[in-house]
Write a protein that binds this ligand. Sequence first.
Ligand SMILES: Nc1ncnc2c1ncn2[C@@H]1O[C@H](COP(=O)(O)OP(=O)(O)OP(=O)(O)O)[C@@H](O)[C@H]1O
Length: 577
Amino acid sequence: MLKYFQNNYAMSEKGAKDLLHSIIWTIVMDISFMLPVILGFKFLDEDMSLLLNSSNSQGNSVLYYVIMSGTFFLLMFVIAYFQYDSTYTKIYEESARRRISLAETLRKLPLAFFGKKDIADLSSTIMEDATQIEQQFSHAVPQIYAAMSTVLIIGVMMFFYNWMLSLAVFWVVPVAVLVFYLSRKLQNRMHKELYDVKRDISDNIQEGLDSVYEIKSYNREDAFSRTLNTKLDNYEKFMIKSELLIGAFVNLSYVILKLGLPSVILVGAYLLSTGSIDIFTYLVFLVVTARIYNPIMDALNNFALLLFLNVRIKRMKEMDDMPGQEGKTEFRPKNYDIGFNNVDFSYQDSVQTLKNVNFTAKQGDVTALIGPSGGGKSTVAKLSARFWDIDKGTITLGGEDISLVDPETLLKNYSIVFQDVTLFNSSVMDNIRLGKKDATDEEVMKAAQLAQCDEFVKKLPQGYDTLIGENGERLSGGERQRISIARAILKDAPIILLDEATASLDAENESKIQKALSELIKNKTVLIIAHRMRTVLGADKIVVIKDGVIAETGTPLELKEKQGIFSSMLKAQYQSI
Ligand SMILES: Nc1ncnc2c1ncn2[C@@H]1O[C@H](COP(=O)(O)OP(=O)(O)OP(=O)(O)O)[C@@H](O)[C@H]1O
């Protein structure tokens, strides 16, 4: 049972145990809620029949019923308290565990995964899906199991009491459940489609927000709104259709259940007329029948909600099952040479991005990656820090295979300055301190000076304490880049991965960034995706990557003399200057 819960509801072992407790408490509570009814029957059976039959024998006193009612009330209250605690408190704990476990899974995923997968999808699985599951598990799931068990217990008791009348009560249940069961596939399909349509809309909105500048500058507002409106309209239509269809099946099941009462009336009347039952039994069955279908209807309703949840549970399990990156957390390489040995890599199975890549970026050298756009330069740089795991070959750091090292441990050795700098809506000081979280203000300011940030930071209203807006919206491209260089200087890692900006910076800005970079790369292993001639010619080694293979390697002088791709790229750039 516990394994079933774990597998089907994406629960932890503790969560499955808590769910089982909560179901048991809900069953106990449902049964305890019948105590007043039983007391009522006892009263009818023993005392009222005495009165009706004008017997002289003594029934139970009023005091007896008062004491019994008080005891039952207290018992019900205590049971309801434990049911509440086991259901609500525990499910929220499980929900927190579920979110932490998802976050832990995400932490272990290859870094590049986050570039590929849209963040809206991830965050909505962690927050929205987890909330939906939490609500259903605190409200619906224990009730389904409890309702089924309670009805079963009462059913068995009723069959022992009078099997013919019980048959009249219960024949509708399997028919109603069958109708509902048969609609399960359709419901699942509807829910899946609805979920996909909804995800598509949130992706669309997220994309619109991310690219609001482009949309406005290319006058695409109308087109964007039209697409979004169409999707929203379709979503609405789809919702109505799915509600109607699912509602039709659920209501059909309800109607079938409702046929139980007339059956009991008719069969009961017949049995009464033949003298097979007395009036009291007839009344008892009528009262029970009037109430017994409600928990079954609730269970069906809750079951429909659980089907709705299936898609989300599946999505959560998918995320949980994503292969994370593991490795040793003790790692002290004997040097910081990066080696690519016969490396093959593909993002998708069908296209091979890198083929048999071999080169070494030596500690203390600047190794420039150059080549035509789409050739694989960024991929090589990212693979060297284990953003993805490769398909074939090995990538080593100090001679050790990086695929055996825990990514977080590995990344402590890298400073990464790529073009798409991410800044946070906090102060300049905190943004730079990201490079070394325990750095003093003085250390941060020193790094900022070396990265040529000092001058523009001092002009900001509160200097280093100025909040820079969401993703540094108050800063220029060059300023953002220099902040990211300051972070890297502060981190002072032995390896620098650098993607030189292609954005056209003005001459002053460019020379400042060059100055900052030359500070950063002193005595480090530097792997640079080079775009500027100055960098390319100043490099110790050049690796030319074209169509995923290494086309040339050597010093700038060697490659110039070779008259190959490098020398023609060099000529083309000089001609364009
Ligand atoms: N996350 C990704 N998923 C799938 N394919 C990708 C991904 N990133 C890059 N690619 C593909 O891999 C190939 C190499 O891309 P890469 O970015 O490494 O080239 P590049 O030489 O750095 O290009 P550029 O100079 O234009 O930045 C390209 O065909 C690109 O479309």
